[in-house]
Design a protein around this ligand. Sequence first.
Ligand SMILES: C[S@@+](CC[C@H](N)C(=O)[O-])C[C@H]1O[C@@H](n2cnc3c(N)ncnc32)[C@H](O)[C@@H]1O
Length: 186
Amino acid sequence: MKPYYEQDGITIYHGDCRQVLPTLKDTAIDLVLSDPPYGTGGWRRGEAGAGSNPAATLVREDWDDGAVDWLALVPCDVVLTFWPPARTFQLLSAANARGLTKHRQLYWRKPDPKPQPGGRTRWSMEPIWVLSPDGFQLYGNTDDLCEVSALRAGQPEWLGHPYQKPLKVMRWLLAKTKSDSRSIHG
Ligand SMILES: C[S@@+](CC[C@H](N)C(=O)[O-])C[C@H]1O[C@@H](n2cnc3c(N)ncnc32)[C@H](O)[C@@H]1O
């Protein structure tokens, strides 16, 4: 498969992960860090940046299929994935079937979560599952929680995706999985 981007040791493929992952099976890969579709949809306001407006519509994009079949295709033994609490069973069942039987959670906490319509509970925690075989350890001299505000429209890091994850959280996750005996690629 032809890379979409290749520079300074970084290679990016743009495509369906079900087609890309099998092509990487002979590559040495330390971990998969994924932010897949949750399959839960999301509340949208009329316009970006209107998070405090209680009027909202539940929107589920075409790509938001909540699939877990990609787990069977991952070509390494450590998977970190953002995932909603409501669909834990589906994820952990697929992880077990793939031999990833040690399940730990890390958390991204948003100190100022978006208001929910109709006075519903605001969700401030996003779990990140660490799926591995028994014996895998997390490192990093911090606890299991990273507190960072969600990105808002107009912020320099914001690219427009409704569920964009902050770089600070992604860096924290990579540091957690790095020990002296493991290096991080890509
Ligand atoms: C939660 S979003 C990821 C947001 C991203 N991490 C960010 O910070 O902007 C999930 C993404 O997975 C993509 N996606 C859905 N199915 C996919 C598949 N089979 N292979 C690759 N990407 C897929 C969707 O297009 C969507 O952009």
